[in-house]
Design a protein around this ligand. Structure first.
Ligand code: XIL
Length: 372
């Protein structure tokens, strides 16, 4: 009898202990949150795809609310989605995103108002300058106007520069001339007086392109038009992160009196079909097994490079925490990353802090550890 009681107590005690332990474990993982750990430094963001915005991906939803206090729509606010016909707008998903932001206290960075890629077909086919001007004006007024005060910020113009720092040869440059960037900000400022306005691009940490971006920003400022920040996309390779150029860019951009953001951070680990880094969504190369070396898992040595890359970057971001406003990862976890499909379709890449099972990777631990 006594023995039995002890047994029962023993079992109850073990149950209580293990329950407590699993609670504690849950708390530990709950407490280790990028947004919490970095809350005094800068916002921590993620890109969200349609399924995540609609909360159809339950594993992602857990991480989204736990880890991030900023989010950028990966595709659903681009003009081909939100403005599919001359007089037709599709606000459904963007409205859902705004609601999600409210629910989880996540600041929304809307992306991207004026961009030459992912344009609707009817815009790409426009021949006369007047029609392009009309689309440009209607689009900014309607879309930026609707979300003023509902989103925190806009990437007003995305990717207006070539690698050498000159203006990109886009439909907007061709039809509207080089002042179109200033005009986009002017219209956005009128339509969205309560929203921060940013210029966003890739490789603008590189000296020539950076000089082009600085000239562009100075031109906007000289016209008396508001620009609040610049977004460096940050699609880099883990083995080749331009830390010196990134540091110099933070210094030079912030000297213009604007915030610096890292807006689409991911560190690819796969071979690059071309020399140098680019993030032009229109580039494409052919698949071969040689170009997809880690389909069955990432070797420890490459994982270590990725971890070190993130550690170095966040050390730098922390050094300039007064100037860096936000660091946004381009996706929640590795399976969502656009780098599985770009520039070569069908590859397995590992560029983010959470793996395909939504588990934190060593790179996550390294980024957290910097704050301990
Ligand atoms: C990418 C998305 O991640 C993909 O899903 C889409 O197919 C193409 O665009 N620079 C940008 C982002 O500003 O909008 C791009 O996003 C990645 C490069």
């Amino acid at each position: 009898m006594i023995k039995n009681k002890f047994n029962r107590f023993g079992i109850i005690a073990i149950c209580l202990l293990s329950f407590g332990y699993s609670c504690a474990q849950k708390n530990i993982s709950k407490n280790i949150s990028l947004k919490e750990v970095y809350k005094k430094d800068f916002l921590i963001g993620t890109a969200l795809n349609g399924r995540q915005i609609e909360e159809k991906d339950s594993n992602a939803v857990v991480l989204i609310q736990q880890q991030f206090n900023a989010a950028t729509p990966e595709n659903i606010m681009k003009s081909e989605v939100i403005h599919p016909g001359w007089d037709t707008y599709n606000f459904d998903m963007a409205d859902k995103l705004v609601a999600l932001g409210k629910k989880y206290k996540i600041k929304i960075n809307a992306h991207a108002l004026i961009w030459h890629s992912q344009l609707p077909g009817y815009v790409r086919r426009l021949k006369d300058a007047d029609s392009v001007k009309q689309f440009f004006t209607n689009h900014i007024k309607t879309v930026a106007g609707r979300y003023d005060g509902k989103v925190f910020s806009w990437d007003v113009v995305n990717e207006a520069l070539e690698e050498d720092g000159t203006m990109r040869k886009s439909i907007f440059l061709e039809k509207l001339g080089p002042d179109f960037v200033t005009e986009a900000f002017r219209l956005a400022q009128q339509a969205a007086p309560n929203t921060e306005l940013y210029y966003n691009d890739y490789n603008i940490e590189q000296p020539k392109k950076r000089a082009g971006a600085i000239a562009l920003i100075k031109k906007i400022q000289a016209a008396g038009v508001r620009i609040d920040g610049v977004g460096i996309q940050g699609h880099w390779r883990a083995s080749n992160i331009p830390l010196k150029d990134i540091e110099q860019s933070i210094v030079e951009f912030s000297a213009l009196g604007i915030k610096v953001m890292f807006t689409e951070l991911d560190l690819g680990v796969l071979p690059n079909p071309w020399d140098g880094d680019a993030a032009d969504v229109n580039m494409k190369a052919e698949y071969s097994a040689k170009m997809n070396p880690y389909a069955n898992g990432l070797p420890d040595s490459v994982e270590a490079k990725l971890t070190k890359g993130y550690e170095d970057l966040f050390k730098l971001f922390l050094k300039y925490k007064g100037k860096v406003g936000r660091v946004t990862f381009w996706g929640v976890n590795d399976s969502q990353s656009w780098l599985n499909g770009w520039p070569i379709p069908g590859r397995t890449n590992y560029p983010l802090l959470f793996d395909r099972n939504f588990k934190p990777k060593p790179a996550f631990d390294a980024v957290i550890k910097l704050k301990k």
